[in-house]
Design a protein around this ligand. Structure first.
Ligand SMILES: C[S@@+](CC[C@H](N)C(=O)[O-])C[C@H]1O[C@@H](n2cnc3c(N)ncnc32)[C@H](O)[C@@H]1O
Length: 276
């Protein structure tokens, strides 16, 4: 089993806050004027960004009184979007201390600190009471987690019966060697991809009923096409974007990910399940 510190080291940054502040200044924004929408290009670290989050969480049938859990929340962009849109409380948990501390500062900037709380910890050892959440979601996290049986059983335990759990992960669509590095791993020693059937089996074993599975390949390729068009039109990346997270490795990681998707090896995939 890979040590979790290998994963948090992969995402650890150190200068993220300064880079985001510089990007905001370039946009003519400050901590006082920035909005949840302004931050979306950098705080939604998954294929399709905010549009992908919206697509998944719309299927979770969220009520304002629901307490939600964002598993592997990263900077918490999805948590802030959900809290702002539905008005409910969201807790995020993530291994990477850097992301959690910057993410909590971003929530203060946009005035959501009372609704959104991010904490450092592992989804494989959740510090929450049983049946304490009414819904949960997980965006591009399972690729870093080998023991998905433990992951789904931990999530199942903290959810109330009848709650929905939405997954949006990069999943295997066929066998074959992947090109690395990719955004979630520098090499295959800490990349743990599984296919949608394996996810479904493990979710069902943890007490979930599968409601739907959607391969989002076309959406992903369209998203990358639009990103490229925008970058070409402006002669480079925007002030705020995922390049602030991946820095100099951004072009090769994006290139490899697109190549792996086009070659039919992987695809971002949604699964919505209900705890029985
Ligand atoms: C690609 S990022 C996605 C972040 C966020 N879900 C988003 O979409 O913006 C993957 C995240 O998963 C987190 N992660 C990986 N393994 C984890 C674990 N066992 N427990 C909690 N977080 C984990 C990483 O720290 C990282 O922030």
């Amino acid at each position: 089993m890979v040590n979790e510190s290998v994963i948090s080291e992969h995402y650890k940054h150190g200068q993220l806050m300064e880079l985001i502040e510089t990007g905001l200044r370039e946009m003519g924004k400050s901590k006082d004027s920035v909005t949840v929408e302004d931050l979306a290009p950098v705080d939604e670290f998954h294929i399709g960004g905010r549009a992908a989050t919206e697509h998944l969480v719309n299927q979770l049938v969220i009520r304002q009184s629901d307490r939600l859990l964002d598993v592997g929340c990263g900077l918490g962009g999805a948590s802030r979007f959900v809290a702002k849109t539905y008005g409910n409380a969201v807790t995020g948990i993530d291994l990477t201390e850097d992301y959690v501390s910057v993410g909590n500062a971003l929530s203060c900037w946009v005035g959501l600190q009372d609704l959104v709380s991010l904490r450092q910890g592992s989804a494989l050892n959740m510090p929450f009471d049983n049946a304490s959440y009414d819904g949960a979601y997980m965006l591009h996290v399972g690729m870093n987690i080998q023991d998905k049986e433990c992951l789904f059983s931990q999530i199942s335990e903290v959810l109330k019966s009848g709650s929905r759990f939405g997954v949006y992960d990069v999943m295997r669509t066929s066998d074959g060697g992947l090109s690395y590095p990719v955004p979630w791993a520098s090499d295959d020693s800490f990349s743990f991809l599984a296919n949608a059937e394996e996810y479904s089996f493990l979710l069902e074993s943890a007490g979930f009923k599968i409601e739907c599975i959607a391969n989002r390949k076309d959406f992903a390729l369209e998203y990358f096409k639009r990103l490229k068009e925008k970058a070409d039109a402006t002669n480079g990346p925007p002030p705020i974007g995922l390049h602030l997270l991946m820095q100099s490795t951004t072009p090769v990681k994006i290139k490899n990910m697109i190549e792996n998707i086009v070659n039919g090896l992987i695809s971002p995939t949604e699964i919505v399940a209900q705890k029985t």
